[in-house]
Write a protein that binds this ligand. Structure first.
Ligand code: LFR
Length: 473
C-alpha cells in the first residue's frame, strides 16, 4: 500500500490542534503539527468564540502542514457541539458565534411552545439548556430582525468547512446536537422548525460522515502554497462523534467515557432508544458515524478542574498546575462531594464559591483548602459517572463489562483510578487523541482505504497503547 496522510483539525472548548495521521496500510501514526488555545471573548456582555482567531489558526495550521509535509491527501474538521453561526445573504457571518455557556439562554426553555417530552420523542436528545434550539430561540426573540437578515445557519465545523470550500452544508452528527433533527429520519424536523417560527431557509442539506464536503478552494491553496487541491471530508464533525469512532471498543457491552471539558458517558448502539426511562434520565441519541447512534449522557468534566486551577491561581496569586491539584486532592482527608451537573457548576464565576455553596446547602460543611475543593470535584465526578452508568445499564438492559476512558482527561491518573474504584469496573484508558483518530479513520473511509466499522476498530487497536486500571478498594 502507498502511504496516506490525513489532516485532522480537532477543536475543543479550551484548545485546538491540527494532527496528521499517516496510514501505512496497517496502522495510523499521529504527528502533531499545530496546537493553539481557544479562549472565548466577552463582547457587549455576551460570551462569544473568537471566530477571526480560530480561522487564522486553521490557515496557520495548514501553512505549517504544507511546509512540513510533502503532500497530504485530505482534511477533516471536528469541533465541540451545539454552537453555530448565522450568515447573511452574502454568506457573511452576522456575528461571532455565541459560546454555549453564554447566559442568554437562561430561563428560555420554558418559553418555547413545545414541551420537552415532545422534543424528546422526536429528536431523542437530552435536555441541556444550551442546545442549539434554545440558543436560536433566544437569539430570534432578542433580535427579530434576524427573520429578514439571517439566510443560513452553519454549525462550527460546517462554518470552517464552508470557509475552506465555499460550500454550505450541514454534517449529520453535529446537526444531531441541535435538538432539531428527527432521530429516526436523520433529517431536519420540519414540523418543529415551523412551530418555533424559524425560517426554513436557514437549514442546509444534511451530509453524512464519509462523504466529501468539497475541495479546498484556490484561494487557500495559493495562500498555503499548494499546487494540487485535496478533498475536505465530512467526518464525524462533532468531536464526540469522532471520539467514539476513535475508541478501540471491545464489544457491545463496553461503555465509553470521553473525558474533556465534558464527560460523555455512553454506549454505541445501532438503533435509537427513546422511551420513558431514557426520557426520565435524559439520555441522548446523538448521531454517530457509519449509521451508529451515540447513546450518551453529558456530565460536567475537566472544565471544573480547569476552572479550579484558574480561579485558585488568580485568587491566591499562585502558579499551580494540574499535578499540584491532584496531589492536594490525594492528601485531603475530608470527603466532600458535589453534584457536578447542578446548575451552580455550568458557568461559575468562581468554582470554589460554587463548591462551598453546594457543600453548605447539602450539610457537608465548608471546604477551605485546595485539596478539599479538588476532592469535592473528583468525588462528585466519579460518583456521577457511577450513577449514570447504573442508569445506562437499567435503560439498555445491558451489564457493562468495562469502561473505555479516552480524551485529554485520562492523563489524570487519579481520575481514571477513582473511576475504576467507584464504579467497580475495569477501566481501559486510551487513546488520549481519540477524536483525532476517529476523524482520521473516517477520512480513510472516504478515501476508500477502509470500508467497515470493524476494520476501523482493528486499525485503531494496532495504532494505540492502552492502560488498564483495575478497581481497588
Ligand atoms: C464535548 C462536547 C459535548 C457537547 C459539548 C458542548 O466537547 O462537544 O458533546 O455537549 O461539548 O458543545
Amino acid at each position: 500500500t502507498k502511504y496516506r496522510k490525513c489532516l485532522a483539525f480537532d477543536f475543543g472548548a479550551s484548545s485546538g490542534r491540527l494532527i496528521a495521521g499517516v496510514y501505512d496500510g496497517e496502522k495510523v501514526i499521529l504527528e502533531e503539527i499545530y496546537r493553539f488555545k481557544n479562549e472565548p471573548v466577552t463582547i457587549n456582555n455576551h460570551l462569544h468564540w473568537n471566530l477571526e482567531l480560530l480561522y487564522k489558526h486553521i490557515v496557520s495550521g495548514l501553512e505549517v502542514a504544507s511546509k512540513n509535509m510533502v503532500e497530504f491527501n485530505s482534511i477533516g474538521i471536528d469541533t465541540w457541539g451545539v454552537d453555530y453561526c448565522l450568515l447573511n445573504k452574502e454568506g457573511q457571518p452576522i456575528h461571532w458565534p455565541f459560546h454555549y455557556r453564554d447566559t442568554r439562554t437562561e430561563g428560555i426553555s420554558s418559553k418555547l411552545p413545545i414541551q420537552f417530552e415532545e422534543f424528546y420523542s422526536k429528536t431523542g436528545i437530552q435536555f441541556l439548556p444550551f442546545n442549539t434550539v434554545y440558543q436560536l430561540y433566544a437569539e430570534f426573540k432578542n433580535s427579530p430582525e434576524l427573520n429578514r437578515q439571517a439566510e443560513h445557519l452553519l454549525f462550527m465545523p460546517d462554518l470552517f468547512n464552508y470557509f475552506l470550500t465555499g460550500n454550505k452544508k450541514t454534517e449529520y452528527t453535529i446537526a444531531s446536537t441541535s435538538q432539531l433533527l428527527n432521530v429516526e429520519g436523520k433529517q431536519w424536523d420540519c414540523d418543529i422548525i415551523k412551530r418555533l417560527g424559524f425560517p426554513k431557509r436557514l437549514f442546509q442539506e444534511i451530509i453524512f460522515p464519509g462523504e466529501i464536503y468539497g475541495m479546498l478552494d484556490k484561494k487557500h491553496m495559493r495562500k498555503i502554497g499548494m499546487s494540487n487541491s485535496v478533498p475536505v471530508i465530512s467526518v464525524g464533525s462533532h468531536d464526540t462523534a469522532s471520539a467514539v469512532a476513535g475508541i478501540p471498543i471491545e464489544n457491545e457491552d463496553s461503555a465509553y467515557l470521553i473525558c474533556g471539558s465534558w464527560s460523555l458517558l455512553g454506549l454505541e448502539i445501532q438503533n435509537p432508544i427513546v422511551n420513558e426511562k431514557s426520557l426520565k434520565e435524559s439520555f441522548s441519541n446523538e448521531g454517530g458515524v457509519l449509521n451508529s447512534i451515540r447513546f450518551l449522557k453529558n456530565i460536567n468534566g475537566m472544565f471544573l478542574l480547569q476552572q479550579l486551577k484558574k480561579h485558585y491561581n488568580e485568587m491566591f496569586t499562585r502558579e499551580l498546575d494540574f499535578a499540584d491539584i491532584i496531589n492536594a486532592a490525594k492528601l485531603s482527608n475530608k470527603n466532600f462531594s458535589i453534584n457536578p451537573n447542578h446548575a451552580l457548576f455550568l458557568s461559575p464565576d468562581n468554582v470554589m464559591e460554587a463548591v462551598d455553596a453546594y457543600c453548605i446547602s447539602t450539610n457537608q460543611g465548608k471546604p477551605d483548602n485546595l485539596g478539599e475543593w479538588a476532592i469535592a470535584i473528583y468525588n462528585g465526578l466519579t460518583q456521577e459517572f457511577n450513577n449514570q452508568l447504573l442508569n445506562l445499564e437499567s435503560i439498555t438492559g445491558k451489564k457493562i463489562k468495562h469502561i473505555h476512558m479516552v480524551g485529554g482527561g485520562i492523563q489524570d491518573e487519579l481520575l481514571c483510578q477513582m473511576t475504576a474504584n467507584v464504579t467497580n469496573k475495569k477501566v481501559i484508558a486510551g487513546p488520549v487523541e481519540s477524536s483525532v483518530l476517529g476523524n482520521i479513520m473516517i477520512q480513510l473511509y472516504a478515501l476508500g482505504e477502509v470500508s467497515t466499522q470493524s476494520e476501523i476498530r482493528q486499525i485503531i487497536k494496532k495504532s494505540v497503547s492502552l492502560k488498564v486500571y483495575e478497581p481497588q478498594t
